[in-house]
Design a protein around this ligand. Sequence first.
Ligand SMILES: CC(C)(COP(=O)(O)OP(=O)(O)OC[C@H]1O[C@@H](n2cnc3c(N)ncnc32)[C@H](O)[C@@H]1OP(=O)(O)O)[C@@H](O)C(=O)NCCC(=O)NCCS
Length: 184
Amino acid sequence: MIATRFETARTIIRHAVEADAPALLRYRAENREHFAPWEPLHDERYETLDHCVQSIVAVRDVVQLDRGYPFLVFDADESEVLATFNLANVVRGAFQACHLGYGIAARWQGQGIMREALVAGLDWAFDGLSLHRVMANYMPRNERSARLLQGLGFEREGYAKRYLQIAGTWKDHVLTALIKPSMW
Ligand SMILES: CC(C)(COP(=O)(O)OP(=O)(O)OC[C@H]1O[C@@H](n2cnc3c(N)ncnc32)[C@H](O)[C@@H]1OP(=O)(O)O)[C@@H](O)C(=O)NCCC(=O)NCCS
């Protein structure tokens, strides 16, 4: 497993370990309504400690296989999960690409923390993982997500109808990507 830990001005970013399960559970429970419109439906065990532990164990496997890199974004003393992001669906060969997913707790929204964490994550995706393209897709009505991606330099590449099953129904998505810029 690649040991990865980033520090930004306001956050510590790393893969989850089993001891993070209670903090992850709090994050899930406190933000249930906040995330529900933007995520797939969760199984009924999603808000249990057991499920959080299972998700954390699964992180180790995807990372070891170079399939994905899910991160937790903590406050400076690593007691609270502020946000998460995932460099998922890594494809190597001629593509060298992944999909980016992300979300921040309702109470930390609107302060530039998600952006701060993603700048560090994208830097590592291009330099550490040697990826060439990071793709991120959002529902047309998700204006916050659109603004965040635009600010990071993602460019619109298309529009996919009924692309992902979110909150129980297939939703159209705007497709965007960031190609390894010279600054990374
Ligand atoms: C999408 C989401 C991650 C955006 O989070 P965010 O906190 O708005 O994103 P940023 O970190 O870029 O913060 C930008 C805001 O912080 C403000 N800000 C304050 N200080 C800042 C700083 N130092 N740098 C940048 N922005 C700063 C900006 O003015 C901006 O405010 P505005 O949105 O009112 O214009 C968040 O809304 C979320 O988790 N939504 C639910 C899940 C979701 O939709 N996930 C994505 C699915 S595609």
